[in-house]
Design a protein around this ligand. Structure first.
Ligand code: UTP
Length: 473
């Protein structure tokens, strides 16, 4: 685009400050700044400023909320026959090559404070495998089991794209065929001050950040990933986050529920551990499935109980979904009125002072705009929510210490390995939380659930002693 025209558009939109230092930059830096500015949809920024920053900013609609129905696990009273039917349907879809894995890995991971793409973070107890390797091996295991190697789509950000790809090259794609692994970048949004003015991160750079995991729908379309899926006969995408090594990346029962119900988007829930647990809540609202974030559901409602004394809104979202390819396309293109809205997040955004010197704010000084993938649920036909056992699906690494940290995640992996080993007849000591007294590790290629573990274990003769440092592969 013409440089003068672009600058003029920004000025007319009241965003001329973006070019405040333009004349002080060298030619290359000027080009860079212009390219960043050209990425910005000014009309969208104006709309977001009006709807999310203005005095009349829309508040969250909490009218008519009821708990969403979900499919209980058979051990909790669910219909065992229906689960078996779903599992068979999921296995058939996998054998037919209809399924691919999808990891959203474009986040900034600020809470963990780790230098590098989060997927490269070492997470397993003995081998210190990075998160990406754990997923790769689970995906390989599923491919072997169903006789169809799976494709894996990985969404990165501008910030971590090159480092992520380089990491896979360096590690030989962790045993996957390189043609099966596809990286693409998500979109970005400019950050604005509380006055709606786009912020500069430095004199030559706009403060841009990833557009949220909901940006994955647009990015899947724009990057050609959906076309590739179509060419390969893939119509089911198994979505999970980069920070959760416990996730069953490929779960036939989950896939099967999605298929049997003719669902466009399906989700897993866990019963909340306690009223104030920081997870989204699956709810129904005027006939639609919605997720209401913990920060949006008033405390009194979080604590409401049902006739049995349990939490009324007990269905916690753990960010595991199945998405239908054509549904993603519809959402990405905003056909009809189906499109994701943005949320605002108030953040400390490094920026520049009037003289161009760096400013590191100590409290939030502006807003980032993000889309959330679960906002697609109300637009999905026949959405289905199924229950899962948290111990076998969810232990994210979010924080450097405390809850959801490398330590809690490592312990949860160990508890899972110990459960599988005990169920297969191995002897080992655990404490009363199920944590084994020795640190050992199971490769997903040895076993990725109790059944596959038991099958591999049976083949070992004699079976090894479960001792410190044991690695079963
Ligand atoms: P989080 O909500 O944990 O955000 O992302 P984050 O940016 O990774 O971490 P913090 O909040 O800065 O500490 C949940 C999942 O969504 C992905 C993340 O990579 C993670 O897998 N995500 C998040 C994206 O892919 N893009 C985004 O823009 C945001």
């Amino acid at each position: 685009m013409n440089k003068d025209l672009l600058i003029e558009q920004f000025q007319r939109s009241g965003q001329g400050q973006v070019f405040a230092f333009y004349d002080t930059l060298d030619v290359a830096a000027q080009q860079q700044l212009l390219a960043e500015a050209a990425e910005i949809d000014l009309a969208e920024v104006r709309r977001l400023n009006e709807t999310l920053l203005g005095h009349g900013a829309a508040s969250i609609d909490l009218e008519d909320l009821t708990p969403a129905p979900y499919e209980r696990l058979p051990i909790n009273g669910g219909d065992a026959e229906a689960w078996a039917e779903a599992t068979a349907a999921g296995e058939a879809a996998l054998r037919a090559g209809r399924v691919a894995a999808f990891t959203v890995a474009g986040g900034q991971g600020t809470r963990l404070g780790y230098d590098g793409p989060k997927g490269t973070f070492p997470v397993t107890p003995v081998k210190q495998k990075p998160l990406f390797q754990v997923f790769a091996e689970k995906i390989i295991a599923a491919g072997r089991r169903y006789g169809r190697p799976l494709h894996w789509f990985i969404m990165t950000s501008h910030q971590n794209h090159a480092a992520t790809e380089a990491f896979f090259v360096e590690h030989g794609y962790f045993g996957m065929a390189k043609e099966q692994v596809h990286f693409f970048r998500q979109g970005r949004m400019p950050a604005v001050g509380f006055d709606g003015k786009i912020l500069l991160e430095s004199p030559g750079h706009i403060a841009m950040s990833p557009d949220g995991h909901g940006g994955s729908l647009r990015a899947l379309d724009r990057s050609g990933a959906l076309d590739l899926m179509e060419r390969e006969g893939i119509d089911i995408l198994s979505y999970f986050q980069v920070d959760n090594p416990l996730v069953r990346c490929i779960d036939p029962a989950f896939i099967g529920w999605h298929v049997v119900r003719g669902s466009e988007m399906s989700s897993k829930m866990v019963p909340k551990a306690y009223a104030g647990e920081k997870v989204g809540h699956f709810c129904e609202q005027r006939g639609q499935l919605v997720v209401v974030e913990y920060s949006d559901l008033p405390k009194a409602r979080q604590e409401e109980t049902d006739a049995n004394g349990g939490l009324r809104f007990n269905a916690g979202s753990i960010a595991i979904h199945i998405l239908d390819r054509d549904f993603i396309r519809r959402m990405a293109r905003g056909t009809g009125d189906a499109s994701l809205g943005f949320h605002r997040a108030d953040k400390k955004i490094p920026t520049v002072a009037a003289d161009g010197s760096p400013l590191k704010p100590e409290r939030p000084n502006g807003v980032k705009f993000e889309m959330f993938v679960f906002d697609a649920l109300p637009f999905a036909k026949n959405p289905v929510v199924i229950e899962t056992d948290r111990r076998d699906d969810f232990s994210p690494v979010k924080n450097a210490e405390g809850n959801d940290s490398p330590q809690t995640c490592r312990d949860d992996q160990l508890r899972q390995f110990a459960r599988w080993a005990k169920a297969a007849g191995a002897t080992l000591q655990t404490d009363d939380t199920g944590l084994p007294t020795v640190t050992f590790e199971v490769s997903p290629l040895f076993g990725d659930d109790a059944v596959s573990f038991a099958a591999s274990w049976k083949k070992l003769s004699p079976p090894p002693e479960i001792s410190a440092g044991l690695y079963l592969e």
